[in-house]
Design a protein around this ligand. Structure first.
Ligand SMILES: [Zn+2]
Length: 361
């Protein structure tokens, strides 16, 4: 069976670094890089990119979902590398897109404005294509339906599910502090990870947990990718509420009760603050991807995965890009059987999780 969408969740410690490919009739696939992981991830990403055929190293899109260190740490060296020049379009909400001036017509990349300079904190840098698919303007969900569709040449159908305009307004207040920390590679101090027995997953899933309120996460670019009948949600670190609204908006627009998808990259590394029951109910999936090694923030949270297991339709698979003490508990055969799900780990630690969705149309 032909593969329509291939998602590679590279090992990027506690961060995200995804390579997404959509097959085309002939020639190399349409290819998108989503984030670069935390500082120190670049050698691994560079090694992965170097495995592409030398004449097939073009990336159609590179997305910088938001400016937290565990997403842009590896993108900064990428931008200084030879690969940076061979990207069709960069999708990133930077200073030109923040709404402070209150005038929408100004919220767009001006001639000569440099994404590289904006991300690296330099006054000038090479001018690379920046939000071209959005007319140089901000990437957000628009005012009306909770989502917008992006025209993509000879590639998948793409829908933006996050951020909202309001979230970009809130990001603006935290912009300088956040980007400064990210450039310095700042991450929280590490506390020991205390694992609790999983027990009754219905009880774990039902625990009350606070919602994510951090400005950078709320500004995350989250996307729905559809190609040849396959459908995947890339949740970045987006808020559960924002994603839920976007997915419900798409479903309503298409006259569907829910938007069933094949794969769902869980938002915020499987945090209980982002992975809510309501979000999971809005887009039931067969495959759930979790990107983290658990460092620093001890993701994925038990509550998040319990919600997946008790909410998803029969027999979902959890795809982990790291085998850790925390994730290994979810492969307990007795637990898998009792709740009717599967757990998958990388064949080799270096490969991360690789999910291939077959073409059905
Ligand atoms: Zn993150």
């Amino acid at each position: 069976m032909d593969t329509a969408i291939r998602i590679e969740v590279l090992p990027a410690r506690m961060g995200d670094c995804l390579l997404v490919e959509c097959a085309r009739g002939s020639g190399p696939p349409w290819r998108m890089l989503v984030d670069g992981g935390p500082p120190g991830s670049w050698p691994r990403l560079e090694k992965r990119l170097s495995r592409l055929e030398p004449d097939e190293r073009h990336l159609d899109v590179a997305v910088v979902t938001h400016i937290d260190s565990d997403h842009i740490g590896g993108m900064l060296p990428f931008l200084r590398s030879e690969y940076a020049e061979d990207v069709g379009d960069y999708w990133f909400n930077g200073p030109p897109h923040l709404p402070s001036k209150g005038r929408v017509e100004q919220r767009s990349v001006a001639e000569g404005q440099s994404l590289v300079a904006a991300l690296l904190g330099e006054s000038v840098g090479p001018v690379l294509p920046w939000n071209r698919a959005f007319g140089g303007g901000p990437i957000d969900t628009g005012d009306e339906f909770g989502f917008i569709e992006v025209p993509v040449q000879d590639g998948p159908r793409i829908t933006v599910l996050s951020p909202t305009y309001e979230r970009l307004t809130i990001l603006e207040r935290a912009w300088f502090e956040t980007i400064d920390q990210a450039r310095r590679g700042w991450l929280s101090e590490v506390r020991p990870d205390i694992l609790e027995p999983l027990g009754d997953l219905a009880v774990v899933a039902a625990r009350q947990t606070a919602d994510d309120t951090t400005a950078p996460n709320g500004s995350s670019i989250a996307l729905l990718i559809e190609h040849r009948g396959a459908r995947a949600v890339l949740g970045a670190d987006a808020f559960g509420t924002v994603l839920e609204d976007g997915l419900k908006g798409v479903a309503a627009h298409r006259g569907l009760p829910t938007l069933d998808v094949d794969a769902f990259k869980l938002p915020h590394h499987g945090s209980r603050r982002n992975v809510t029951r309501a979000l999971l109910e809005a887009a039931p999936a067969r495959h759930y991807l979790v990107s983290t090694n658990g460092d620093t923030y001890h993701h994925p949270d038990d509550e998040a995965l319990a919600r997946v297991v008790v909410t998803a339709p029969d027999g979902p698979t959890l795809w982990f890009n790291y085998h850790t003490q925390r994730t290994a508990r979810w492969a307990d055969p007795e637990l898998c059987e009792r709740y009717g799900y599967h757990a998958s780990f990388p064949a080799e630690p270096e490969t991360g999780a690789v999910l291939e969705l077959p073409a059905t149309a």
